[in-house]
Design a protein around this ligand. Structure first.
Ligand SMILES: CC(=O)SCCNC(=O)CCNC(=O)[C@H](O)C(C)(C)COP(=O)(O)OP(=O)(O)OC[C@H]1O[C@@H](n2cnc3c(N)ncnc32)[C@H](O)[C@@H]1OP(=O)(O)O
Ligand SMILES: CC(C)C(=O)C(=O)O
Length: 585
């Protein structure tokens, strides 16, 4: 990172709530030195409760330069490291135990003379951190020996403890072994109350998070890591995962992850390394579900929460989602992603979220087949807007290419169904029939139709029947969309084609609930015709010379399967006929 990137990164860490931030290795480069000076000297940039931490090896000239970089800081942690493992001692330093310990003590004393014992540094509250590097590969008793000597050299207090940072410089064991090492150190170091025991796990075996969590349970006080686990090789422990693991256990980490996208943005730009799409919590795919059964369960979970009128205080319990995506600034829209592995639940969720349409189960099944076919055809995930488009086209929501209800009237029909007890007697309102009279444009040609039925829908169904479109209503559902004066009705009608097992769905949305139903039926009629492209129009006008079979009202009698099987107004007897055609045909 250059100075500007470090500047932005530091400000982000402060904003998130971190209180001890290792900002640089000041002896390494002018950039790091200048950056540290800028943090110290720019008023208001480093809050009073934030410690600036800097790192140096146990080399006196480098320690001097490191301390210089912090002159004037309010709170500073000077962090020195020296390897204690036989491997490093032999290969890198060519030192034995005594020489290593002596160097650690010498550098600690030197650091002390430059900092807390230096009258020129009085304005700074100094803390000292020592890391026996490669702790996890060291002899524990030797580490304790070195740390006792370092502690004696620094002379910490309960108020200003020394930090012993015990790194798994290279992760080389299972997390329980690291935790055992930490526990051993905690139990055997003297004056434990004057020590802050810090963890610094790396992720070589992929267990850094587990190691940090177990080692905290084994007695550690503090963890060093990086956001999204950036760091040498496989990286340092990921502080985002550690923090949000706590959060999902009901413990607030006091770090603000509520806008994780912005964090990722800065992290990716600064590190120039993308956050893996499946990185815990932060990855863009981790609050997404592609598979049908997951989507179904998640959708049901959200429905239960809605029914419970859940608030932010209601304990989170949704299958497959370990935390509320909104808590980290993810939107619900992104949760369900649809490809050919997806089922009806996920597809229904997208329609619900985007169009506020709560599809009945049968329609979910029918529409998900359309979606799956499309996903298979294009060989990739379908985006929500593509699914919405498929839906509006399949059910003719925005425009019905074949049918347009231009005008209509629904009236009661007192003549169609004589009341029991003879003609002329007053019918009970319960038995009154409905008459549809209207003008429907089909393929650009206006047809004036009439039909009578038990209700508005069946009266239109019977009017359509006069054109040879024989649809029986098998299922009906409606619900409101929105509320107040902007409320609309959404109606779903499933029809069976008379004399066949073919089923088609229609959807109607309108401010007027009756009109929504009529539109839904015409939507189903369009689907019916779309499935039979060779059907001529007009379809099958009733023969006009069939006088034998006329009912007393002069209309064609019904065949048994003309009657709706179920639905809101399906009962028994429905009739219809073609009136004049306004234009053409
Ligand atoms: C465990 C960690 O990850 S700690 C963080 C490590 N980060 C860095 O190293 C980044 C910054 N480092 C640097 O810029 C450089 O390495 C510097 C400025 C520290 C030193 O640079 P140079 O003097 O050119 O040394 P170089 O990096 O080549 O070699 C390291 C030297 O330091 C010694 N050394 C390594 N670690 C330590 C230590 N903790 N304490 C004392 N000496 C050390 C090595 O033995 C080697 O000494 P040698 O030259 O006598 O063999
Ligand atoms: C400086 C030390 C703590 C380090 O980075 C490591 O050992 O991984």
């Amino acid at each position: 990172m250059d100075g500007d990137q470090k500047w932005r990164y530091f400000q982000m860490l402060v904003k998130l709530g971190y209180k001890e931030i290792e900002v640089s290795f000041p002896s390494a480069s002018q950039t790091d030195f200048d950056f540290t000076r800028k943090l110290v000297t720019t008023p208001g940039i480093t809050p009073d409760d934030v410690w600036l931490q800097v790192l140096s090896p146990c080399r006196k000239e480098l320690i001097g330069r490191t301390v210089d970089s912090l002159k004037g800081a309010k709170k500073a942690i000077l962090h020195l490291y020296l390897a204690t493992s036989p491997c490093f001692q032999q290969i890198v330093f060519n030192m034995n135990n005594e020489e290593s310990k002596a160097l650690a003590v010498e550098c600690t004393k030197y650091a002390r003379s430059l900092t807390k014992d230096n009258p020129d540094q009085e304005g700074t509250e100094w803390a000292y951190e020592f890391s026996p590097e490669t702790f996890s590969d060291s002899n524990m008793d030797f580490v304790l020996d070195v740390c006792e000597a370092v502690k004696a050299a620094w002379e910490p207090t309960v108020e200003n403890p020394i930090i012993f940072n015990l790194p798994a410089t290279v992760e080389m064991s299972t997390p329980n072994v690291y935790a055992d090492q930490i526990e051993y150190f905690c139990r055997n170091i003297s004056e434990r109350e004057k020590i802050s025991i810090s963890l610094h796990p790396h992720n070589d075996r992929g267990c850094a998070v587990a190691a940090a969590e177990l080692a905290q349970m084994a007695g550690a006080d503090r963890v060093e890591g990086t956001l999204f686990g950036n760091g040498e090789r496989t990286g340092n422990v990921d502080l985002v995962t550690l923090g949000l693991n706590l959060y999902t256990q009901g413990i607030h980490p006091k770090i603000d992850f509520s806008d994780i996208k912005s964090i990722i943005d800065i992290v990716e730009k600064s590190n120039k390394i993308p956050v893996h799409p499946r990185a815990p919590y932060g990855g863009q795919l981790v609050v997404c579900a592609f598979s049908g059964s997951h989507q179904d369960a998640i959708k049901k979970g959200f429905q239960v929460r809605k029914a419970q009128k859940a608030t932010a205080e209601t304990p989170w319990q949704i299958p497959y989602l370990p935390l509320d995506p909104q808590d980290i600034g993810r939107t619900y829209e992104a949760i369900i992603r649809v490809n050919s592995q997806s089922g009806k639940g996920g597809v229904a969720w997208i329609i619900l979220r985007n169009l506020e349409l709560d599809l009945p189960r049968g329609l979910q099944v029918a529409f998900s087949r359309i979606v799956q076919k499309q996903a298979d055809a294009v060989g990739r995930e379908l985006l929500p807007n593509e699914i919405v488009k498929l839906f509006t086209e399949a059910y003719h929501i925005e425009k019905n290419p074949r049918f347009h209800l231009l005008d209509y009237d629904i009236t009661t029909d007192r003549s169609a169904s004589p009341a029991p007890g003879g003609m002329g007697k007053t019918q009970s309102t319960k038995n009154l029939k409905r008459r549809f009279s209207g003008v429907i444009e089909i393929d650009g040609v206006e047809h004036k139709l009439r039909g009578v039925g038990n209700g508005a829908i069946s009266s239109l169904a019977n009017a359509l029947r006069t054109l040879g479109i024989d649809l029986d209503i098998a299922e009906y559902k409606e619900h409101a969309i929105g509320e107040g004066k902007d409320v609309k009705a959404a109606t779903y009608i499933e029809c069976t084609a008379s004399g066949s097992s073919q089923k088609v769905w229609g959807v109607g949305i309108h401010e007027d609930v009756v009109q929504a139903s009529l539109v839904a039926l015409l939507s189903a009629a369009s689907s019916f015709l779309a499935s039979r492209p060779s059907t001529p129009i007009p379809f099958r006008p009733r023969p006009s010379n069939n006088t034998e079979n006329l009912t007393p009202s002069g209309l064609s009698p019904l065949r048994p399967n003309d009657a709706p099987q179920s639905g809101p107004d399906s009962q028994s007897h429905v009739v219809g006929h073609v009136d004049e055609k306004v234009n053409g045909v």
